[in-house]
Design a protein. Structure first.
Length: 80
């Protein structure tokens, strides 16, 4: 349960950082969704690559996933 809360809070933070890095003008709900979904995708990807994942790895994967999802949002939705 604590890990789920950590993923949600970390995902929201990663979404905020990712959308600001890519200069996306998104509302709070979209930013949170990008972050949480990017975090989930990033964590699953890193867990497939590495068996033992530290919290630093999870944070890096969360940020990478959120940046990737933000980029996809920018490319396909086209709002900036």
């Amino acid at each position: 349960m604590v890990q789920v809360i950590f993923l949600i809070i970390g995902g929201i933070a990663a979404g905020f950082v990712a959308t600001r890095l890519l200069r996306l003008d998104t509302d709070l709900l979209t930013t949170a969704a990008i972050g949480v979904l990017g975090t989930i995708a990033g964590v699953f990807a890193i867990r497939f690559l590495f068996v033992a994942v530290t919290y630093i790895g999870v944070i890096a994967a969360a940020l990478a996933g959120a940046i990737l999802l933000s980029w996809l949002y920018k490319v396909y939705v086209g709002r900036s």
